[in-house]
Design a binder for this molecule. Structure first.
Ligand code: NAP
Length: 250
């Protein structure tokens, strides 16, 4: 039997991360699960053990505030100091209308989705580089592919994170480690529960996108769209000339 995969999940209570963790649990993975709600984390850990996880340790932390340098060594301890796959899943959509009027709201979106996420990515990448193995899988978004008036602040944080991950993939390639950006389209999760029409044909469930996140840690390209049809859709959206795009209500 191969050794169980050592998996760190930053933002383990996200619906997409939880669906991914369930698939990894069935393969016998060892987990360190990080999120803000200690009680919900314990429930998730018990669920993953019941589904076949070899172990599941939990750490309650606000990832936008915690220092990756200070916390990461403690997170790696239950995994014997090494990571096979690290997932960065936490994020906030934010209220754009509010953020346009109150820059402290804008700052919270930027701090959570870009500033802190970038620092966690850099800290994890240093571990993978030292190990000369392992994968960092970061959840970006198709929203980062083109700025549009309905969600450009959120989109800009995901775009920035995408370029960071692209650079990390380039840096890690020479030592045999990986960084991958996974870009989901519309996914029916608590983050999008306020969105009308979220059962439409372009919408996916967390369970439908989770296999792409599992696969991303093992190989393949360094930018993954999930479901796959978002790659051609976003290629078209990026290609629409500005004057035409500005007449749309996207
Ligand atoms: N749903 C979509 O349509 C969609 C599309 C593209 C990309 N994404 C991305 O997918 C990722 C997962 O989101 P989801 O759709 O699964 O939504 P979700 O279930 O609402 O998950 C978001 C998670 O982020 C956590 N979080 C936010 N700020 C945090 C912080 N400072 N410290 C620790 N945890 C924090 C939330 O925890 P709390 O419960 O403590 O707030 C929540 O568990 C996000 O990065 C999101 O941007 C989602």
């Amino acid at each position: 039997m191969t050794n169980p995969r050592r998996v760190l999940i930053l933002g383990a209570l996200s619906a997409i991360a939880t669906a991914t963790a369930r698939l990894l649990a069935a393969e016998g993975a060892r987990f360190v699960l990080v999120a803000r709600d200690a009680e919900a984390l314990e429930t998730l850990a018990a669920d993953l053990r019941a589904r076949g996880a070899t172990s599941a340790a939990t750490v309650a932390a606000d990832l936008a505030v915690a220092s990756p340098e200070a916390l990461l060594p403690a997170l790696l301890e239950p995994l014997g100091g090494a990571i096979d796959a690290a997932y960065l899943a936490y994020g906030v959509l934010g209220d754009l209308g509010l953020a346009e009027r109150d820059l402290t709201v804008a700052a919270q979106v930027i701090d959570t989705n870009y500033r802190s996420a970038a620092l966690w990515c850099l800290a994890v990448a240093a571990v993978l580089e030292r190990q000369r193995a392992g994968s960092l899988v970061v959840i970006g978004s198709v929203a980062g592919d083109r700025g549009r008036k309905s969600n450009y602040l959120y989109g800009s944080t995901k775009a920035g994170l995408g370029v960071l991950v692209q650079g990390l993939a380039h840096r890690l390639a020479k030592v045999g480690a990986r960084a991958v950006l996974v870009k989901p389209g519309f996914v029916d999760t608590p983050m999008t529960e306020h969105v009308a029409g979220r059962r439409g044909p372009l919408w996916a469930t967390p369970e439908q996108v989770a296999p792409a996140l599992v696969k991303a840690a093992s190989g393949g390209g360094t930018v993954v769209y999930t479901p796959w049809f978002w790659r051609p859709i976003m290629a078209i959206i990026r290609a629409v000339p500005g004057p035409i795009f500005h007449r749309t209500n996207l």
